[in-house]
Write a protein that binds this ligand. Structure first.
Ligand SMILES: Cc1ncc(COP(=O)(O)O)c(C=O)c1O
Length: 450
């Protein structure tokens, strides 16, 4: 049977190159062009570029289209909403799609306590608002975040973000009262590389957490800890279960709110609707964005009613937050998550990807680690397994070789040496296999050149 990938020109072809040349003259270079292709159509997990090439999308708009490009129900919901109204400004006129989405997120997020949801436009904005509410509610100023964490590019979100190049360099001063502690990254543990089971973290004890805070910030002055339960941009590193449990207990004892940043992990990616479900964790606040609205810009802060109701009237909101088209799309996404059992499907797809990565790791010593929850799977490339020295150059070559074969793939990690897959979770097995075959061939080629 013919596959999905159809290449008519070299990648990038002449039309892609021409648009990228126009882009370079019109758009600041600070906005990265991670791939050199110009896309004219996207459907499911398939991209058609400006030269008529058909490619497999393993990037999913960086985790935005878990339900696939142009999911029919999402398209229909947005079309129907277009005929009603496209903007009213929620603080000015109330409309049902915003309220209904808030009700559904309040119901779907872990915990049966009373909740509220605030809708905003981007992940960074959700993070900023979660911190605002946590500070207001606790009357405390400090926020604790993690090494390797990514929370966005606005000033406070950037202060919480860890990676200096390219995100932070030259952009200071950053928002104050932000304290960073080590992420439980077993493969690169600060205590020395460890092969310990990931359910047994060496930082997962009360004493250890107390020592970490004693060297960083008084827990009594901390409003919130913000954590990605599996690092996204930081390299697809899931936090060990015992660490998260110990940290959540520590936070509770000290009156610190736990903000789970589920912007990349959310909406089925990890095999559950939210990653915190893997940990039995009920966060005080959850930030979501990306796949929430299946390709339309929307983000949310969902959590404890007492926390989110604390700020005064007018203290939260914005002109566009909870745009009606985006809300209609999100409601269709949530329907699809349930009807198509997308989180369960993600677990199966993830098992498929993990099996392939593990088989490659047996043949290629450049693969140092394979890890992830559900379909949020990554493999870390190293120059050799002893030193675990990150191999960013090889990672870049692998991405380029995969693209030449028709697969759009992304890297991640503070050292840029993790290959991550963010394919739409609706992609059929045959398409995932075809994409993995192409990545496998690309790996053979670049690993052989080593
Ligand atoms: C975990 C996490 N938080 C926050 C953000 C920022 O989201 P946005 O780019 O929508 O501002 C991202 C984006 O990649 C993310 O992965």
């Amino acid at each position: 049977m013919a596959g999905v990938i159809q290449l008519r020109t070299e990648i990038p072809g002449p039309h892609s190159r021409a648009l990228l040349a126009r882009r370079a003259r019109a758009v600041p270079r600070g906005v990265p062009a991670v791939s050199p292709i110009a896309v004219v159509h996207a459907e499911g997990a398939v991209l058609t570029d400006a030269d008529g090439n058909r490619l497999i999308d393993f990037a999913g708009g960086i985790g935005v289209v878990n339900t696939g490009h142009r999911h029919p129900a999402v398209v229909a919901a947005v079309r129907a909403q277009l005929d009603r109204y496209t903007h009213l400004c929620f603080p000015v006129s109330t409309y049902e799609p915003y309220v209904e989405l808030a009700e559904r997120l309040n119901r779907l997020t872990p915990g049966s306590h009373e909740k509220r949801t605030l809708l905003v436009n981007s992940g960074a904005e959700a993070v900023e608002n979660a911190v605002k509410a946590a500070r207001f509610f606790t009357g405390r100023q400090a926020v604790v975040c993690f090494e390797h964490g990514f929370h966005g590019r606005t000033n406070l979100a950037l202060a919480l973000t860890s990676k200096v190049m390219p995100y932070k360099k030259g952009f200071g001063p950053f928002a104050p009262e932000v304290y960073r502690i080590p992420f439980p990254y077993c493969y690169r543990c600060a205590e020395g590389p460890s092969d310990r089971s990931r359910s047994q973290c060496c930082m997962a004890s009360r004493e250890r957490l107390e020592r970490i805070f004693a060297a960083t910030v008084d827990p009594g002055s901390v409003a919130a800890i913000i954590m990605e339960l599996e690092l996204g941009e930081g390299g697809f590193v899931p936090a060990p279960l015992d660490y998260v449990r110990a940290l959540a207990a520590f936070a509770r004892e000290h009156g610190i709110l736990f903000i789970a940043d589920e912007i990349q992990t959310g909406f089925g990616r990890t095999g559950k609707l939210f990653a915190c479900e893997h940990y039995g964790l009920v966060p005080d606040l959850i930030t979501t964005a990306k796949s929430l609205a299946g390709g339309l810009p929307l983000a949310a802060v969902t959590g404890r009613a007492d926390v989110l109701d604390a700020p005064q009237v007018g203290g939260l909101g914005g002109t566009y937050g909870g745009n009606p088209l985006a809300c209609a799309a999100a409601l269709a996404v949530l329907d699809a998550m349930e009807a198509e059992r997308i989180p369960q499907r993600a677990q199966r797809t993830g098992d498929r990807i993990t099996a392939r990565f593990r088989a490659w790791a047996e043949r290629h010593p450049c693969i140092g680690d394979v890890r992830g929850l559900g379909a949020m799977v990554g493999m870390e490339l190293v120059t050799d397994r002893e030193t675990r020295s990150p191999d960013k150059a090889l990672t870049s070559r692998l991405l380029a070789a995969a693209l030449e074969r028709g697969v759009l793939l992304l890297s991640a990690g503070t050292c840029g040496n993790t290959v991550r897959i963010l394919a739409p979770l609706t992609a059929p097995d045959a398409l995932i296999d075809e994409g993995l075959d192409a990545v496998g061939e690309a790996l053979e080629e670049v690993a052989q050149r080593e």
